[in-house]
Design a protein around this ligand. Structure first.
Ligand SMILES: C[S@@+](CC[C@H](N)C(=O)[O-])C[C@H]1O[C@@H](n2cnc3c(N)ncnc32)[C@H](O)[C@@H]1O
Length: 273
C-alpha cells in the first residue's frame, strides 16, 4: 500500500520530501490528486466575483494567493495593463509563473500581509480561499494591505468560506471551525457574512456587492463543473487508487456534509472610497 506521497503539489518539485497524505493540508492533497479549483464557491462564484470586479485593459491587478493559477488565467484573458500575483508557497508560485508572459505579468513569492508593492499601485485586488485560513490579526493585515495597494475607486474582491446564519452562537462557530481545522489540517477561521462585511468596512472599504453559494467543494457534480469531465474523472481515479488518500478525502467530504447547514461560500466586492 502506498502511504507516502512525493509532495509535488504544484507539479514542479522533483526530489521534494515525501509527505504523509493523512497529514498534509487538505488543499494541497486535493491539488496533488489533480484538483485545481480549491475555493469554496467553485468556479461559478469566481466568475461572479470577476464579473463584478469588471477588469478592463487599463486595470493594474494584484491577486493574493493564486494557488494553482486557475483564476489567474481567467484574469489574464481579460488582458489587464498589468498583473501581479503574491503567493507564499514556492511550488504554487512556480506553477503560476508558467502562465505569465512579458514584464507586466509577475508572480512574487511572499505574503499578502506585506507585499512590498507600492502604495496605490493597483486598481483591482482580489484573493480567494486565503483569508479563511488566517487568524484575526492576519486577516486584518491582509485586508489593510489590499487597501494600501489600491488607488481611490479601486475594487477589492474576496471569495471565502462563510458561516450561516449571522446569529450562529459563538460555541457553534468555534466548534465548526475546530472540526474543519481537524479535518483539513489547516487552521480554519471562517466568519459569518456580517463578520466578513465588517472586516472589510473596518479597513475603510465600502461593500459594493455580495454573492453567496453553497459550499460543495467535494460534491461530484461540483467537481465535474469545476474541473471538466476528464480532469474530474482523473481526480476521482487518483483519489480512489490510494486507500489512505481515499480515506482522507472522504473524511473531509463527510465533515463538509455534516456541517452543510452552517457553512457556505461568499464573494464580496468592495470599493476603496
Ligand atoms: C486553499 S488555497 C486557494 C488557492 C486559490 N486561491 C484557489 O482559490 O484555488 C490557499 C492558497 O493561499 C496561499 N496563501 C495562504 N496564506 C497566504 C499569504 N498570507 N500570502 C500569500 N499566499 C497565501 C497558499 O499558499 C495557497 O496557495
Amino acid at each position: 500500500m502506498m502511504n507516502r506521497l512525493r509532495d509535488e503539489t504544484a507539479g514542479a518539485t522533483a526530489g521534494a520530501p515525501a509527505v504523509d497524505p493523512g497529514k498534509m493540508p487538505g488543499h494541497w492533497l486535493l491539488a496533488k490528486m489533480g484538483k485545481r479549483v480549491l475555493r469554496p464557491g467553485g468556479l461559478e462564484l469566481s466568475r461572479a466575483m470577476l464579473a463584478r470586479l469588471a477588469i478592463q485593459h487599463a486595470d493594474a491587478v494584484v491577486e493574493f494567493a493564486p494557488g494553482m493559477g486557475v483564476t489567474a488565467r481567467m484574469t489574464l484573458r481579460k488582458t489587464p495593463a498589468c498583473y501581479t500575483a503574491v503567493e507564499r508557497d514556492p511550488r504554487a508560485a512556480a506553477r503560476v509563473k508558467r502562465y505569465l508572459r512579458g514584464p507586466t505579468q509577475r508572480c512574487q513569492l511572499g505574503s499578502a500581509e506585506q507585499t512590498g508593492l507600492p502604495d496605490q499601485s493597483a486598481t483591482v485586488v482580489y484573493g480567494e480561499a486565503m483569508l479563511t485560513m488566517q487568524g484575526a490579526d492576519q486577516k486584518q493585515r491582509i485586508v489593510a494591505e489590499a487597501f494600501r495597494l489600491l488607488k481611490s475607486g479601486g475594487r477589492y474582491g474576496i471569495h471565502e468560506m462563510t458561516l450561516v446564519p449571522d446569529d450562529l452562537p459563538l460555541e457553534v462557530k468555534q466548534d465548526i471551525n475546530r472540526t474543519m481545522t481537524h479535518s483539513i489540517h489547516v487552521g480554519t477561521r471562517a466568519l459569518t457574512v456580517r463578520e466578513w462585511r465588517e472586516l472589510l468596512t473596518a479597513a475603510g472599504f465600502q461593500i459594493q456587492s455580495e454573492i453567496t453559494a453553497p459550499m460543495l467543494l467535494l460534491e461530484p457534480l461540483r467537481i465535474f463543473r469545476d474541473e471538466g469531465f476528464f480532469r474530474a474523472l482523473r481526480f476521482g481515479f487518483n483519489v480512489l487508487r490510494t486507500p489512505e488518500v481515499r480515506r482522507r478525502v472522504l473524511a473531509m467530504r463527510r465533515t463538509f456534509r455534516r456541517q452543510r447547514a452552517h457553512i457556505g461560500a461568499l464573494a464580496l466586492v468592495a470599493v476603496k472610497p
